[in-house]
Ligand binder design. Structure first.
Ligand code: HEC
Length: 160
């Protein structure tokens, strides 16, 4: 009889442990932390937008971009790389993203005029090239405040 009781107690404890682990991991996943890099500390708002697609309050809204990006979200880093130099984005067929370091954007390139702060903001929010033509739909169109845009441009300037 004593053995049976011990077994029941053991099973009850095991159930409680499983319930706690499941609840904690569920809360962690729903918080979006694994996807949006919230666990990381950023030294500026511009850096946070670049890496996590978030300002100090919430995730920054966007339109367009490839379907996988619409599902997972994230920052500029996902396509333009942690050094901002762009390159091949291999997901789902793949495409290339350009170098968006401030010093590259503000030089004339690919037969396009140099970007200014105003046309960089327009590229980010409206998806326009420096000559006013449309960028491809792979570049998301971000709903960003002017303050956030200035912080982000400040971060692009800091990329070596
Ligand atoms: C899902 C991928 C993706 C993400 C995320 C993304 N971009 Fe882009 N971006 C692109 C692609 C692709 C292009 C080039 C489109 C084209 O040439 O038609 C582009 C072009 C640009 C350009 C124009 C550069 C040029 O030389 O014409 C700027 C500026 C830019 N992105 C800034 C950003 C910023 C800032 C963020 C983050 C807020 C961001 N992008 C996030 C894919 C992305």
């Amino acid at each position: 009889m004593g053995e049976e009781r011990a077994l029941i107690i053991f099973l009850l404890i095991a159930l409680v442990v499983i319930a706690v682990v499941t609840t904690v991991s569920f809360i962690f996943m729903m918080s979006g932390a694994p996807f949006r890099g919230q666990a990381r500390d950023f030294s500026s708002n511009g850096e946070r937008i670049f890496f996590a697609g978030r300002n100090s309050r919430n995730a920054i809204d966007f339109r367009k971009g490839p379907p996988w990006f619409q599902m997972h979200g994230g920052g500029c880093v996902v396509c333009h790389g942690s050094d901002g130099r762009g390159g091949r984005v291999p997901m789902m067929g793949g495409f290339t993203a350009p170098d968006i370091r401030y010093k590259t954007l503000t030089m004339p390139h690919d037969d396009e005029p140099a970007f200014t702060n105003a046309t960089i903001k327009r590229a980010i929010t409206e998806g326009k090239e420096s000559d006013g033509s449309d960028l491809s739909g792979n570049m998301p169109r971000w709903r960003m405040s002017d303050a956030d845009l200035n912080d982000l441009i400040g971060f692009l300037k800091s990329l070596p």
